[in-house]
Design a protein around this ligand. Structure first.
Ligand code: PRX
Length: 594
C-alpha cells in the first residue's frame, strides 16, 4: 500500500491500483443519487442560486471532457483553469479528471503576470476562463487578464471562455472559443480514462520561502481517499446533509473540501461566488437560512471581520440547521473562536479548527466533532494516522508536553503532495532536508500540558495574510521591479482582522524623492496589486536610506520585524551587520510614522 523513502521525499500509495477520480465523484453515485443535488451554486447576488444534480454534473463534466479531447488534450496534458466561482469551474476540474488531464486552478484574483508564470511553468495547452467574474457587485475582467497573460506563449493553443455576464469581450480568431457553444455540440457521455494511483491529478501553485510560487503536485488515489475520509469524519457528514465551505476553489481548501472530498462522499456541496460582506454582513447567515446548511467552513479572517459588525447581523437569520462550524487557513484567536461558537453556533455547534496546508492535501490536526474536548484557539489533536513531532531549532525532537518548537510530520500520509512540478530537488530541499527523516511544515507550534497543539504561525519567510500564503521573496522582487524602488524587504505585522499584514521597507530610487510619502505608498501598493494580486499589497510602505544586511549581504528581517511594530529595544545582536548605523536610521524613519 505504502512504499516510501520519506527522508528523500519519495512516497507512493496504492501503487498498481487503477481508478478515475471523476468516476468516483460522479458516476459511482448515479444509481442512487442521480436526482440528488450535488452542488448548490449561490451567485454573487443573493437572489440567484441554482441546484445542480449528480446527473447534470456528470453530463456537464462529460461534455466539457469531450470539448477538451477535441482540442487535443490527452492524458497528462496540463489545463489552466482561471475561473470565478461558477459551476463551470467544477465542470472543468471534473472534465480534466475524467480524461486524465492535469488541472491547475489559478485563483481568479491573481494578476496577468502571476497567471502567465503559472501557464509557463506547467506548460498548459488550454486555458479555461470566463468573459468576466462577479464578486461583491463588481465585475472582474478575466478574459482581458488572460489575453494579457498568454500573449506570445506558443504552448497555449486554445482559450475556452465561459459567459458569466452579458459583457462583450474580444475573441481571438483561431484561439478563443465560447465554452457554452463548444459544449452544446458534445455528447454527455465521455469514457473515463483509467489512471494509475500515482498519476498526477492536479498542480496547485503556492508561495514558498524563496523564489516564485511552486506547483505542488497531487496524485489520484491517496489524495481522493484522504480528502473524502477527512471530509466525512471532520464534518461528521451524513447523507442528506447540506455542507457549505465558503472558500474559493482557487485554493487547496476549495479543491479538497468544496469539490473532491464532498463529491466523492456523494454530498451536497455549496459553491459561493460572493464575499461575506456583500450585500451586507448578514450574507453568510442568510445563506445558511435559505439553504438549511448543516456544516459551515470558513476562515478566521472572515469571522473577525463579521464579529466587529455586531451580533444583530447573525441573529436576524435562522441558524437552527447548523451542527458543525469549521475554520481553516490561519490561527484563530480565542476571542474570534468564542464569538463563532457562542454567537453563530449559540453554544450548540462544535468548532473544528482544522490545521493543514496545500502540501498536506487534507486536514491533519483537528478536533473530531462531539468527541474531542475543545479549547478555543487550539487545533487540538492529530487526525487518525497522523504522527506529529515538535522539533527544536537544531532538529532535535522535543519530548513531553508543555513545549514549543517547529512542527514536523513523522511519516507519510495518503493526501500528501508528491513533488513540485518540474523540480523534485526543490521539493526534497524544502520539506525533507531540514529535519532529517521528517516533513517540515514551516509552522511553529506549542504542545500544551494536555498534548494539544496550538499553531503559532509561520517560522519561515512566508507571510499568512488573511489566510493567504505569500512569500516575502515574491513581494520583494515585485517591489524591486518598480522603477521607484532600488531595494525592498517585507515583514509581517499583526493585524486586527487579517491576522498578519505586510509591512514593506524600501530604499527608493532618486526619482521617488520628488514624491510625497502618500504618493509613493499609493504607487507601490497599486504596483503590487497589479503585479501579483490585491492580497499581496502592503499595508505600509516605509522609505529608508538602506536595509540592514549581514556582511554576506543577507537582509536581517528579524530586526525589521521588530522595528515595524515599534519595538526598538529588543533588536538582538546587530554587530554582525555590514553597517550597524543603518538600524538607527531606519528607527528614525519609523518614528516619523507616529
Ligand atoms: O501556517 C499554516 C496556516 O496556513 C498554512 C498553509 O497555507 P495554505 O497552504 O495556503 O493552506 C491553507 C488552507 C489549508 C499553514 O502552514 N494554517 C492553515 N490552517 C491553520 C493554519 N494556522 C493555524 N491554524 C489553522 N487551523
Amino acid at each position: 500500500m505504502l512504499e516510501a523513502e520519506f527522508h528523500d521525499g519519495e512516497v507512493t500509495w496504492f501503487q498498481g491500483g487503477m481508478l478515475n477520480v471523476a468516476f468516483n465523484c460522479l458516476d459511482r453515485h448515479l444509481p442512487e443519487k442521480a436526482e440528488d443535488t450535488a452542488i448548490i451554486w449561490e451567485a454573487d447576488e443573493p437572489s440567484e442560486s441554482r441546484h445542480i444534480t449528480y446527473r447534470e454534473l456528470k453530463w456537464e463534466a462529460a461534455r466539457l471532457g469531450n470539448v477538451l479531447k477535441n482540442l487535443g488534450v490527452r492524458k497528462g496534458d496540463r489545463v489552466i483553469i482561471y475561473l470565478p466561482m461558477i459551476p463551470e469551474l467544477a465542470y472543468a476540474m471534473l472534465a480534466c479528471a475524467r480524461i486524465g488531464a492535469v488541472h491547475s486552478v489559478v485563483f481568479a484574483g491573481f494578476s496577468a503576470t502571476s497567471l502567465r508564470d503559472r501557464v509557463l511553468d506547467c506548460g498548459a495547452t488550454v486555458v479555461i476562463t470566463a468573459n468576466e467574474g462577479r464578486r461583491g457587485g463588481k465585475a472582474i475582467p478575466l478574459k482581458a487578464i488572460v489575453d494579457d497573460a498568454v500573449t506570445g506563449i506558443d504552448s497555449v493553443k486554445s482559450v475556452l471562455v465561459a459567459k458569466r455576464t452579458a459583457t462583450e469581450v474580444p475573441m481571438h480568431f483561431g484561439r478563443d472559443i465560447w465554452l457554452e457553444e463548444a459544449m452544446l455540440n458534445e455528447r454527455g457521455t465521455c469514457p473515463c480514462e483509467w489512471m494509475s494511483a500515482e498519476d498526477p491529478l492536479f498542480i496547485l501553485y503556492t508561495s514558498g520561502s524563496t523564489g516564485k510560487p511552486k506547483g505542488l503536485l497531487h496524485t489520484q488515489a491517496g489524495y481522493l481517499l484522504y480528502a473524502s475520509l477527512t471530509h466525512k469524519i471532520v464534518f461528521d457528514y451524513h447523507p442528506g446533509d447540506i455542507y457549505a465551505c465558503v472558500a474559493d476553489v482557487g485554493w487547496i481548501t476549495g479543491h479538497s473540501y468544496i469539490i473532491y472530498g464532498p463529491l466523492c462522499n456523494g454530498a451536497t456541496t455549496l459553491m459561493f461566488e460572493s464575499t461575506p460582506l456583500y450585500p451586507n454582513p448578514g450574507r453568510y447567515w442568510d445563506l445558511v437560512e435559505r439553504h438549511r446548511v448543516n456544516s459551515f467552513y470558513t476562515s478566521p479572517t472572515a469571522i473577525r471581520s463579521l464579529a466587529r459588525e455586531g451580533n444583530e447581523w447573525v441573529k436576524k437569520y435562522d441558524r437552527s440547521s447548523l451542527r458543525i462550524l469549521g475554520t481553516v487557513g490561519e490561527p484563530i484567536n480565542p476571542e474570534a473562536w468564542k464569538w463563532y461558537f457562542d454567537v453563530v453556533g449559540e453554544g450548540k455547534c462544535p468548532v473544528v479548527d482544522t490545521w493543514w496546508q496545500t502540501e498536506t492535501g487534507g486536514i491533519m490536526v483537528t478536533p473530531l466533532p462531539g468527541v474531542t474536548a475543545l479549547k478555543p484557539g487550539s487545533a487540538t489533536l492529530p487526525f487518525f494516522g497522523v504522527s506529529l513531532s515538535v522539533t527544536d531549532e537544531n532538529g532535535n525532537c522535543m519530548q513531553g508536553n508543555g513545549i514549543a518548537g517547529h512542527l514536523c510530520i513523522e511519516r507519510p500520509w495518503p493526501g500528501m503532495a508528491r513533488t513540485i512540478h518540474g523540480d523534485h530537488k526543490r521539493f526534497r530541499e524544502m520539506y525533507f532536508v531540514q529535519y532529517k527523516g521528517k516533513y517540515f511544515t514551516g509552522d511553529g507550534c506549542r504542545r500544551d500540558e494536555d498534548g494539544y497543539y496550538w499553531i503559532t504561525g509561520r517560522v519561515d519567510d512566508v507571510i499568512n495574510v488573511a489566510g493567504h500564503r505569500l512569500g516575502t521573496a515574491e513581494i520583494e522582487s515585485s517591489l524591486a521591479g518598480n522603477h521607484l524602488v532600488a531595494e525592498a524587504a517585507v515583514v509581517g505585522i499583526p493585524h486586527e482582522i487579517k491576522g498578519t499584514a505586510i509591512f514593506a521597507f524600501i530604499v527608493p530610487q532618486k526619482e521617488a524623492e520628488r514624491m510625497t510619502r502618500e504618493e509613493l505608498m499609493g504607487a507601490l501598493k497599486e504596483h503590487v496589486r497589479h503585479d501579483i494580486s490585491p492580497i499581496a499589497s502592503p499595508e505600509q510602505v516605509l522609505s529608508v536610506p538602506a536595509l540592514p544586511k549581514t556582511r554576506s549581504g543577507k537582509i536581517m528581517r528579524r530586526i525589521l520585524s521588530k522595528i515595524a511594530v515599534g519595538n526598538y529595544t529588543e533588536l538582538g545582536n546587530v554587530t554582525t551587520l555590514q553597517d550597524p548605523a543603518v538600524v538607527e536610521q531606519i528607527i528614525a524613519e519609523h518614528k516619523k510614522l507616529g
